[in-house]
Write a protein that binds this ligand. Structure first.
Ligand code: CAA
Length: 260
């Protein structure tokens, strides 16, 4: 399918979704957000794709934020609608049944940082720059940055970053747990694909249930979250993957997972 603001390619078991507005540093307008959601629907239907890499076009930015030109003249209700659209698309990404790795190069600001935080894993380069600069524009983060940033880096650090609108480099982002890994720019896609293929080689139902256990469990109290984990653990025993994984271990051979 052809979209105007995103690209979707396939490399074996890996789907590569690229936000493609390089002239605007991949800023997110309504159409781009909608197209990200439509592309996720396509990826969902494609059984060959097991893991997704999300990246930005060009060598300057992952995503430099929500589109300020598109937002400038919004009414309060229109602005609320725009925030809800971004939140819905990012929640869809966060809950997406296939793991999503953000391959981040360059500016990752505002809505761009919020987009990256909706992914499961973030890989950055020394050129990546992170921040929530919304208060510079007289607004607050609107695509769930006030919620996902404290959940990832803690309340105190999130407040400092959001209140002062300071940008941080990849080294600092790694130090505070905002990114998983920092690799050289030339190695970014290779590293992201290496990680994606490693995940794609595992039991895919187990990976999906682990994602569900982590995401949903983090929003519950510990006792309920552990019961939920035990339920999902039990569910694994209804899959061929569990039988194959354990049999292969006992037979001292690599497991051949079929996704069933
Ligand atoms: N929205 C719309 N256009 C943007 C944009 C954005 N967020 N970020 C960059 N662009 C556009 C610029 O207007 C410019 O377009 P023109 O060539 O037509 O003038 C083009 O991209 C290149 O940008 P610059 O010339 O500014 O490039 P630079 O290297 O000098 O600076 C930058 C790069 C520091 C990232 C700077 O572009 C910048 O500060 N961008 C805005 C970052 C920002 O504030 N993001 C948060 C947005 S608000 C938000 O995201 C709210 C939310 O949570 C929902």
């Amino acid at each position: 399918m052809a979209w105007n603001n995103v690209l979707l390619e396939k490399d074996g078991a890996v789907g590569i979704l690229t936000v493609n507005r390089p002239k605007a540093l991949n800023a997110l307008n309504g159409d781009t957000l909608t197209e990200i959601a439509l592309a996720l629907d396509e990826i969902d239907k494609d059984d060959e794709i097991k893991v997704v890499i999300l990246t930005g076009s060009g060598d300057k930015a992952f995503v430099a934020g929500a589109d300020i030109v598109a937002m400038q003249t919004l009414s309060p209700m229109e602005a609320k609608g725009f925030a809800l659209l971004g939140q819905q698309v990012f929640s869809k990404l966060e809950k997406f049944r296939k793991p999503v790795i953000a391959a981040i190069n360059g500016f990752t600001l505002g809505g761009g940082c919020e987009l990256a935080m909706s992914c499961d894993i973030r890989i950055a380069t020394p050129k990546s720059l992170f921040g929530q600069p919304e208060v510079n524009l007289g607004v607050i983060p609107g695509f769930a940055g006030t919620q996902r940033l404290p959940r990832l880096v803690g309340k105190g650090r999130a407040k400092e970053l959001i209140y002062s609108a300071v940008n941080i480099n990849a080294e600092e982002a790694y130090r505070i747990g905002l990114v998983n890994k920092v690799v050289e720019e030339a190695q970014l896609m290779e590293e992201a694909k290496k990680m994606a293929n490693k995940i794609a080689s595992k039991g895919q139902i187990a990976v999906r249930l682990a994602k569900e256990a982590i995401n949903e469990g983090m929003e519950m109290d510990l006792d309920k979250a552990m019961i939920h984990e035990a339920d999902l653990f039990g569910l694994c025993f209804s899959t061929e993957e569990q039988r194959e994984g354990m049999t292969a271990f006992i037979e001292k051979r690599p497991a051949k997972f079929t996704g069933k």
